[in-house]
Design a protein around this ligand. Structure first.
Ligand SMILES: *Cc1c(COP(=O)(O)O)cnc(C)c1O
Length: 433
């Protein structure tokens, strides 16, 4: 399969090139040339298949031409060694809990898949080591570090702002050792991101070492997110619910929802999507007006969605031939304040005994407000509420227990290298590696 750039000015890439490069040379995002339809026989028997079996069928449609069947199956089964249960909350509303992986957030799926696919290409080519640079304000760093932990031929450098990530988040990428190095930068998140960007553009560094990124612009991180949409639909089919399925996705950079839109294009029987936003309402405004105007992000309690210029918007435009009419007929939006998120999280817990995290709360509220009587709704619960312990406890006024998996991280010893925020020091450090 070839991958083209959404900007249309770069040469087409192979899967391997797209994964290693991340972004196309014209700064566009890679898109697969063909989105394969899955046969109706698959949709009929999906309800009796396991998550891994369903995921492999979808993975084969995306990557089957470029990865041999045996290896692809292993990558899929290794990636998905945890469940993604669909839990009833109330009325016609279900939560797809994507937080049972190693770092308790949905980014585990894409990060684990990408690391294994990259590891496969490196092993096959026997080529030089690849270095992944990732800047994080918390969640991405933990998913990427854990996803790539112990993968041969890959080293990961996680850059994070000193004193600006929560202790729970910090321990998830500073205690791992092996091929993971945590760099504690004396600055803010934007400084970390600027260092990573400068590194990718620095000729000396690129001559010295092979550098790549691992954010949701990478096709190997974003496409695998389609797997669990099919599994959600399969679980509804098993309950006899087949019609008028609506999926609601708490969105920031829009990688997650775009993977779902790909699923629909492959024939997945879903009638429509809702993109749920916090106060960062750029996409919501686009739906209302047809005009896309990015702006600086504002801080909210659902901070993984604090994005002012969603990178995957380019993919959505491309998928729908830039038609605002087509886009707004399949996707609707919403935008909520922190006060509304808090109110929803508290209400849901008190009335239905279901504890949401602030991101999931945005998705749940959208379904409560927008779902019609004959529809059945699924929202993606993107992170475990304990990842936002202080915020959630402050809202429900009760202690939130930390799952065993998170406690294990907290027992580990912190290892990090402190660096100032200037590029020359960072570059000198990498040149010694
Ligand atoms: C990353 C993240 C999101 C946003 O996902 P996108 O793919 O960027 O839209 C939502 N919730 C949580 C908990 C996240 O970590």
């Amino acid at each position: 399969m070839k991958y083209y750039s959404t900007n249309g000015k770069a040469d087409k890439a192979t899967l391997q090139e797209a994964v290693v490069k991340g972004l196309a040379s014209d700064k566009g995002l890679f898109m697969p040339e063909v989105i394969k339809q899955l046969p109706s026989s698959f949709f009929e028997k999906m309800k009796d298949m396991s998550f891994q079996e369903i995921a492999y069928t979808v993975a084969d449609a995306f990557f089957g031409e470029d990865v041999d069947a045996e290896s692809l199956k292993k990558i899929v089964y290794d990636t998905l060694n945890f469940d993604v249960p669909l839990v009833h909350v109330n009325d016609n509303i279900y939560s797809l809990e994507l937080y049972h992986g190693p770092t308790l957030a949905f980014k585990d799926v894409g990060a684990r898949f990408m690391s294994r696919l990259l590891g496969y290409f490196i092993a096959k080519e026997g080529k030089e080591e690849v270095n992944v640079l990732v800047a994080t304000s918390g969640d991405t760093g933990s998913a990427v570090a854990n996803g790539f932990l112990g993968v041969k031929g890959i080293r990961v450098f996680v850059l994070y702002p000193k004193g600006k990530v929560s202790p729970i988040q910090e321990c998830q990428f500073t205690t791992l050792g092996q091929n993971i190095t945590a760099l504690e930068i004396d600055g803010v998140f934007d400084d970390c991101q600027a260092l990573v960007k400068s590194a990718f553009m620095d000729a000396d560094l690129n001559k010295h070492m092979k550098l790549t990124s691992a954010n949701s612009i990478n096709v190997a991180r974003f496409l695998p997110q389609a797997f669990y949409y099919f599994y959600a639909v399969a679980q509804l089919h098993k309950m006899g619910k087949k019609d008028n399925i609506v999926i609601c996705v708490p969105s920031g950079n829009f990688g997650n929802i775009t993977a779902g839109l790909f699923g629909k294009r492959m024939g997945m029987p879903v009638s429509r999507f809702i993109a749920a936003n916090n106060k960062n309402d750029i996409f919501f405004n686009y739906l209302q007006t047809g005009v896309y105007s990015p702006k600086p992000s504002v801080q909210t309690i659902a901070n993984a969605m604090d994005v002012g210029d969603p990178s995957n918007f380019a993919r959505i435009l491309d998928l729908y031939g830039k038609s605002h009419k087509e886009i707004s007929s399949e996707i609707s939006g919403c935008t909520y304040t922190d006060e509304q998120i808090k109110e929803t999280l508290n209400d849901c817990y008190k009335k239905h005994k279901y504890l949401l995290d602030p991101h999931g709360a945005v998705g749940y509220r959208a379904l409560c407000e927008q779902l019609k009587e004959n529809e059945v709704g699924v929202f993606l619960e993107t992170a475990h509420p304990a990842k936002f312990k202080d915020t959630v406890e402050g809202i429900i006024n009760e202690p939130v227990s930390i799952p065993q998996k998170l406690q294990e991280f907290m027992k580990g010893e912190k290892q990090s290298i402190e660096l100032p925020k200037d590029f020359e020091t960072f570059k000198a450090y990498l040149l010694t590696k």
